[in-house]
Write a protein that binds this ligand. Structure first.
Ligand code: GLU
Length: 398
C-alpha cells in the first residue's frame, strides 16, 4: 500500500538552496574533504563574549522557561531603544514589537498575519531564496519583479505597477539587498513607498544586513517615509551583525494591529522566542556596538572588497564591491555556462561551494553568490580556487 503522501506544497516547493548547500558542505567536511564553504551567509567569528555571558547568567538565574509570546518586557524595551537610537523610530515596546526567532520566523509571522490564500506578494528577482517558498507554503502567490542589472538592481515604479493586481497585498523588500549587495537610497525607497501607498499594500522590510553598510552608505527604514509607518513591518536580527545566527533571535516592528496578530500566531506556532537568547540579545540591542564589533565590521568590509576586486580582475567576470552585507554577487554572463553548472564544477573540481544565482530567481541566472566573511585565510584560499575554476571557464569560452 502506498503512504497517504505529502501535501502538494511540501512536494512542489524546492529545498532552500542556501541551507541545503551549506548542509552538504558541512557533511563533506565532516567526511574529511577539504571544502571551502562560501554558501550560506555565516561568518567565521563567534559573537561577542559579553552577550554569551549575559545569556548564561540568565540561564543560571532560572530564565529557562517560556516567556510571553510577545517577548520579555526587557527585550522589547531594548529593541525599542535600538530603533530610537539607530533608526529614528519611536516604537512602543508593548504595542509595536514582537520577539522572533530571527528574520525568517518574523517573515512567517508577518505573512501569516496579513495573507489570505490567493493573495499576491511582490518580491525582488533576485531575492533571498526563502521568500517565495514561505509565501507559497501559506497559499499565497509570489510575484517576482526583476531587479535589472542595467538599473543597478533597482526597481522602477512602472515595473512594480505592472506586477500589481486586485489580489496584491504586500511587497517584500530586502534592504540592504541579498544577494546583490545594494543599499536602497531614499529615492529607491520613495519609488516603492509611492506604489505601496497608492495601492494600499504592506511592505515587509527584511533588514538583517542593516548594520553592515560599507563606505559612506546608510541604511534607511522604509517605514520612516511619510505614510509608511502604518503599512511597514521591519524585520531585524543579530544573526549577521553579531554573528549570532545559531541563537535564532530577532524582532519585528510594525503597526499595533499587525504585531498583535503576529503575537497570536507565535503563541500557536512556537509559544515564544527563547528566554535566555532574549536576555543576551537585549544586551546586544540595548547598547552601542562595542569597539571589537565595529572593528570586525570594518574587517568584513575589507574582506568583501578583497574578494570582489580579485574576482572582477578575472577575464569574463564582472563583480562590484557590495554596498552592504556579506556577499559578492558575481556576474558570469560572459562565460558560456549556466549558474548551477558553474557551482557544480567549482565544487567537484576546485572544492569550493558557492550558491548558483538561479536559486535567487530567474533573474539571478548568470551569477553566483560568494560569501566573503569567512576568515582571511579561508577567503585567500577561496579566491585562489575561484580564480582557477572561473579562469578555466573563461579560457574554454574564448
Ligand atoms: N540568510 C543566509 C543566506 O542568505 C543564511 C542561510 C539561510 O538562512 O537561508 O545565506
Amino acid at each position: 500500500m502506498t503512504s497517504p503522501g505529502l501535501s502538494r506544497r511540501a512536494s512542489e516547493i524546492p529545498a532552500s538552496a542556501t541551507v541545503a548547500l551549506a548542509d552538504m558542505a558541512t557533511q563533506l567536511r565532516a567526511r574529511g574533504e577539504d571544502i571551502v564553504d562560501l554558501t550560506a551567509g555565516r561568518a567565521t567569528e563567534p559573537c561577542p563574549d559579553a552577550i554569551i555571558d549575559k545569556a548564561i547568567e540568565a540561564m543560571r538565574a532560572g530564565h529557562t522557561h517560556q516567556t510571553p509570546a510577545r517577548g520579555t518586557a526587557e527585550y522589547r524595551r531594548m529593541a525599542a531603544a535600538k530603533l530610537a537610537r539607530e533608526n529614528g523610530i519611536e516604537a512602543d515596546p508593548d504595542k509595536n514589537i514582537v520577539a522572533t526567532l530571527g528574520c525568517k520566523n518574523g517573515l512567517l509571522l508577518a505573512l501569516m498575519a496579513i495573507l489570505d490564500p490567493g493573495d499576491e506578494v511582490i518580491i525582488e528577482d533576485p531575492a533571498f531564496v526563502s521568500y517565495a517558498p514561505t509565501i507559497r507554503y501559506l497559499g499565497g502567490i509570489p510575484k517576482p519583479v526583476a531587479l535589472p542589472v542595467e538599473q543597478d538592481f533597482r526597481w522602477r515604479g512602472e515595473d512594480l505597477s505592472a506586477a500589481l493586481s486586485d489580489r496584491s497585498k504586500a511587497i517584500i523588500l530586502c534592504s540592504p539587498q541579498n544577494p546583490t549587495g545594494v543599499v536602497h537610497t531614499r529615492e529607491d525607497l520613495e519609488v516603492i513607498a509611492a506604489v505601496a501607498r497608492k495601492h494600499n499594500l504592506y511592505v515587509i522590510a527584511d533588514e538583517v544586513y542593516e548594520r553592515m553598510t560599507w563606505g559612506d552608505r546608510e541604511h534607511l527604514c522604509i517605514g520612516t517615509l511619510p505614510g509608511m509607518a502604518e503599512r511597514s513591518i521591519d524585520l531585524m536580527s543579530l544573526t549577521k551583525s553579531h554573528a549570532m545566527g545559531g541563537w535564532r533571535i530577532g524582532f519585528a516592528h510594525g503597526p499595533e494591529e499587525v504585531i498583535d496578530a503576529m503575537v497570536q500566531v507565535q503563541a500557536h506556532l512556537t509559544t515564544c522566542a527563547g528566554s535566555f537568547t532574549q536576555a543576551g540579545a537585549a544586551l546586544a540591542f540595548g547598547e552601542e556596538p562595542e569597539a571589537g564589533l565595529l572593528e570586525l565590521w570594518e574587517d568584513w568590509e575589507a574582506r568583501c572588497k578583497f574578494v570582489s576586486q580579485a574576482l572582477a580582475a578575472l577575464p569574463g567576470v564582472r563583480c562590484r564591491v557590495p554596498e552592504a552585507g556579506y556577499y559578492a554577487w558575481v556576474d558570469l554572463r560572459q562565460l558560456s555556462m549556466d549558474s548551477e553548472s558553474v557551482a557544480r564544477m567549482l565544487l567537484a573540481e576546485h572544492r569550493v561551494a558557492v550558491v548558483p544565482g538561479r536559486a535567487f530567481g530567474p533573474n539571478g541566472e548568470g551569477f553566483i553568490r560568494v560569501t566573503c566573511v569567512k576568515s582571511w585565510d579561508i577567503m585567500r584560499e577561496a579566491v585562489a580556487r575561484l580564480g582557477k575554476g572561473l579562469g578555466s571557464l573563461s579560457r574554454s569560452s574564448e
